[in-house]
Structures are given as structure tokens and as C-alpha cells.
Ligand binder design. Structure first.
Ligand code: KHP
Length: 519
């Protein structure tokens, strides 16, 4: 392999060391969450489309539900996103014919309120997906948040629980995970607040919500991105108000290729890694000052590739629209899919502090699943690394050591050429995920002293150089050209006890499965 910095042949190959006793933490299934927001066509003509040939009796598309299962999604966050910060949930429960449309200011779209809390929670329940709900702390506050928890989780005999029962749902939904608003640090957010205003409100709303149902877990808003001017200080201040109350602090991050800078884009996983380390440090600093033994963990409840800076005009420039407009329907390439795979590598490597994550979003809006109204549903290239990681990553994430040359990127500083994550379950089933960020093929030495390793199956995504084009035909073409099964016999070779080599294609993401056991 050539050294990407000097073009000189490298003397040392990247080495990935695995040991069955070096463990990071349990892989929480909620790491494979996603997100459905009332935005564009995520709900209407996305998950929900009465009259569609595959619609169930409730109007939800079965083709989308089936792809959601194939994707391996464990949990779905709802109803926003920016949308939640001006949402009046009470307007979207009860008889549908009595519900009034409202003008959602977040996306400047007329929301028909045909799908609301009950429709979403019952869809999630039918599909066996855990719901994650967000409350509006933008235009509303303690009262509406506590009422919504009571509506969802309360037993018969009080106002809001009885309203749910009157609306046809006897049994409480038992929603366990709740977001205290969304991106409240962002000036674009309806009802945006400074860290003190938000911290106090989140603490009071969270307190009331837990008084309604002490069994719930709470997510307090962290920064909308690491680039926010208030990053760090926001986390410190907000957690100083909420440390003892909340379980998780949220993180959001979107990555994109800017000005053809592939090298930086391919290093997005490194940027995510540093972002997580910094939020963990910020949270632990608050805990240390309080002499607290409690550890706040992270809900990475929005992450993906999103061409936010280069393709999104900004919500303020959107015209007011109705009837599920096409907003932020990013089309993805093989390159984008490699980056999504690599972001999952980063998440797995933080399994000890990141139990919850949501790929933003699920359908049509920056999504792995696309649909046509009345037509088909298909997989974007980013579908494959997510589905494969959700399927193979089981049990415990190992503390994988990567020794690899690094390269310098314009956006993210130094990044190792290779990234790796591994999981092993109680039966010794191994999953290994490797990204080659360089434009050259790379041979990786897998060192597994004291343990035997065998690889039985593998999948690979390679980056392409073509612009992505909307539609199922192009997605199928990318799938044919970029996504393939690894030829294990030729690309993986045992080199005696404790050593195996794996050949990685240029700019690629690879998932291998097999077994790993003490020798
Ligand atoms: O960095 N920004 O400029 C920026 C702007 C909007 C933004 O919105 C987030 O992403 C939207 C789409 O998932 C969600 O509704 C919201 O929570 C997230 C980041």
C-alpha cells in the first residue's frame, strides 16, 4: 500500500488487533434506531398512504414496513425534529374528521394531522418497533409535555389518559424514551432558547413528565452539531440544570462531501469519533464537579449523510406548501454508503457510551428507503451498510486497536486510513467492520493472539464516482456496481495462529462475519 501522505510504499501494513477480553460495551439494539418526522414525504406517501396497493387497514404502507424490517430498525423517533417545536399534539388525536390542518412553521408545510400520536404508536406496536417520542419545548412547555406522557402512558381515571381511552385505546402505550425538545440551541428552531432558558425548562418539563411516569428515560438536547458556536458550553450549562434527572444527552451530526473533497468526506467517521469524545468529556466534567457516580450516556438521535450545506436552500426559503411536498429527498451514491458504513463503525466503537442512535431519517427524507406515491418502494445505497450492521453486530463491541497510517484532511485534520469495529456474542459469533478510506487497495493484518478467528461470509460497499440520480433504476444500478459479496476464499487468508489478512478495496466498507473463540 502506498503511503497517502508521501506516495512512498508503506513499510508497515495497517494492523487491527482483537482480543476476546478487551471489550467496549454491550451493543444496545436501540443503536439501530431511525426517525420519522412530519417533514416532506416521510409520513404522507412515506410510511402512510391509504389507497396504496400495499396499504394495511390503517393506511400504512406494508412495502415500507417490510423494508423497515429488512433494514433492521429497532426504534423510531417521532414526530420531529424541528417539526416538534411548534407541534400541538392535542390537535392530532381523536376523530380524524374533526382534526384541523395546521401550518407547520418549521418546514412551512400544511400538516393535515391525519397521522398523530395514536396512529404512529399503533403502527410502531404492530410492527414491533420501539417508539421514541419528543415533546415540544419550543412553543410549549411543562403542561403540554406532562399531558402527552399521561396521554401515552397513564392508567384510566385521569383527564388525558381517559381521553386516550375515549379515542379508542384502552391500554397505555408505555413509551419509555422521551426527548426534551429538539435542537433548542439552533437559531432556526421555533422557540429557540439560550442554554439557561432551555436548561431550566427542560428540568421542569422532565420533572413533571417523570412525576407522571417515573419509569421513563429522558434525553436532554445537546448541540445541533459540533460546529455550533455554543458547542461545549451548551452541554455544560444544560446538564448543570438536568444532570440528576436525565439519562442521555442528544447529539446530531450530518456529513457531506463539499467541493469534491472526497478525502475529508471519507474521514467523517473520525469527525464523529471526536465529537462523541468531546460530548462525553463535557458530560463527565459536569458529573465530576458534582462528585456524581452517575454517567450520562448519549442518544445520537440524528445522524446521516445530508447535503445540507450544498443542496438544502434553508427552511426560510421554502415556499408554503401542502400535500406532502418533496423536501430534502437526498439521493445517495456508493460513496455516501461507504461513509454511512464508516459512521456505524464509529458508533459501535462507542457502544459503552452511545446506547441510542437514530439514522435520520427512515423514508424519503434523507432516507435509506424511498417511495413513489402509488408506486414502488426501494432501497438507497445507504440501506445496505445499515441493514448489514444491524443484522451482524451482536452482543459486545470489542475494544479494537487500529494501528494504521493516517492522512491529513482539510476538514477533519488527521484521519487513519483504516477504521475497524468488531462485535462478538455469547456463542462466539464474530462481526468485523472495516473501512478503507484511501484510494488504494489495502491489506490489513488482523492480529488475534490467543484466539482463533474464522470468516465465513462478507459484504462490501465500494465508492463510486458518479453523481447519484433519483429513482429505483439508478439505485439498482449502484447496488449492482457497488454492493457485493466478499469472496472470502481470496480476500481473507489465515497466516498461521493468531494472524489473518484481509484485502480491502479502495474507498470501501466491508462487513465480515464468522467466529471468534479463545484458542
Ligand atoms: O446545521 N444546521 O444548519 C442544521 C439545520 C437544521 C437541522 O435540522 C435537523 O435536521 C432535520 C432533518 O432531520 C431535523 O428536523 C432537525 O432536527 C440540523 C442542522
Amino acid at each position: 500500500m502506498a503511503d497517502p501522505r508521501t506516495d512512498a510504499p508503506a513499510t508497515d501494513r495497517p494492523r487491527v488487533t482483537l482480543h476476546p477480553d478487551f471489550r467496549r460495551g454491550t451493543v444496545d439494539r436501540r443503536l439501530f434506531g431511525s426517525f420519522v418526522e412530519h417533514l416532506g414525504r416521510a409520513v404522507y406517501t412515506g410510511v402512510y398512504e391509504p389507497g396504496h396497493p400495499t396499504a394495511d387497514q390503517f393506511g400504512f404502507r406494508k412495502d415500507v414496513a417490510e423494508l423497515t424490517h429488512e433494514l433492521g430498525v429497532s426504534m423510531v423517533r417521532y414526530p420531529g425534529g424541528n417539526f416538534v417545536s411548534n407541534y400541538v399534539w392535542e390537535d392530532a388525536v381523536g376523530p380524524v374528521e374533526q382534526r384541523k390542518p395546521f401550518l407547520d412553521l418549521a418546514w412551512r408545510t400544511v400538516e393535515p394531522n391525519l397521522v398523530g400520536t395514536d396512529e404512529f404508536l399503533q403502527w410502531a406496536e404492530r410492527e414491533g418497533i420501539e417508539p421514541m417520542m419528543a415533546v415540544n419545548l419550543g412553543t410549549r412547555g411543562v403542561d403540554a409535555a406532562a399531558a402527552l406522557v399521561e396521554y401515552c402512558n397513564g392508567e384510566a381515571g385521569t383527564r388525558w389518559a381517559d381521553l386516550r381511552i375515549a379515542n379508542g385505546r384502552e391500554k397505555p402505550y408505555g413509551v419509555k424514551l422521551w426527548c426534551l425538545g429538539n435542537e433548542m440551541d439552533g437559531p432556526w428552531q421555533i422557540g429557540h432558547k439560550d442554554a439557561h432558558e432551555y436548561g431550566k425548562l427542560a428540568a421542569e418539563a422532565g420533572k413533571a413528565m417523570k412525576l407522571v411516569d417515573p419509569s421513563i428515560s429522558l434525553v436532554v438536547c445537546g448541540s445541533s452539531s459540533m460546529q455550533m458556536p455554543t458547542f461545549g458550553e451548551w452541554e455544560r450549562t444544560v446538564l448543570s440544570y438536568t444532570y440528576d434527572l436525565v439519562d442521555h444527552v442528544s447529539m446530531h451530526a450530518y456529513y457531506e462531501e463539499l467541493e469534491g473533497d472526497r478525502a475529508s468526506f471519507l474521514a467523517s467517521g473520525t469527525a464523529m469519533d471526536r465529537f462523541i469524545d468531546r460530548v462525553v468529556a463535557s458530560a463527565d466534567a459536569v458529573g465530576a464537579q458534582r462528585r456524581s457516580d452517575k454517567k450520562i450516556t448519549i442518544s445520537f438521535d440524528e445522524w446521516n449523510v445530508w447535503y445540507l450545506q450544498s443542496r438544502f436552500p434553508g427552511e426560510q426559503n421554502l415556499p408554503i406548501q401542502r400535500d406532502a411536498p418533496r423536501i430534502i429527498e437526498d439521493v445517495y451514491s456508493g460513496l455516501d454508503a461507504v461513509v454511512v458504513g464508516d459512521l456505524l463503525v464509529t458508533l459501535l466503537n462507542h457502544a459503552d457510551r452511545v446506547p441510542v442512535a437514530c439514522l435520520a431519517q427512515l423514508v424519503n427524507v434523507i432516507a435509506p428507503i424511498m417511495t413513489e406515491p402509488g408506486g414502488e418502494a426501494w432501497r438507497q445505497p445507504t440501506f445496505h451498510p445499515f441493514a448489514t450492521t444491524a443484522r451482524l453486530a451482536r452482543g459486545t463491541a470489542l475494544d479494537v486497536r487500529v494501528d494504521a497510517p493516517s492522512y491529513t484532511t482539510k476538514q477533519h485534520g488527521e484521519a487513519p486510513v483504516v477504521s475497524a469495529a468488531a462485535t462478538v456474542d455469547d456463542d462466539g459469533a464474530l462481526a468485523l467492520f472495516l473501512t478503507n478510506r484511501s484510494a488504494e487497495p489495502v491489506e490489513v493484518d488482523l492480529a488475534h493472539v490467543g484466539a482463533s478467528l474464522s470468516v465465513t461470509e462478507g459484504w462490501r460497499m465500494v465508492a463510486d464516482h458518479e453523481p447519484a440520480v433519483h429513482g429505483p433504476e439508478h439505485a439498482a444500478k449502484v447496488e449492482r456496481e457497488c454492493w457485493s459479496q466478499v469472496d472470502v476464499a481470496s480476500d481473507v487468508a489465515a497466516r498461521g495462529a493468531g494472524s489473518t489478512t484481509v484485502r480491502l478495496a479502495p474507498e470501501s466498507w466491508t462487513a465480515l462475519s464468522g467466529t471468534f473463540a479463545r484458542a
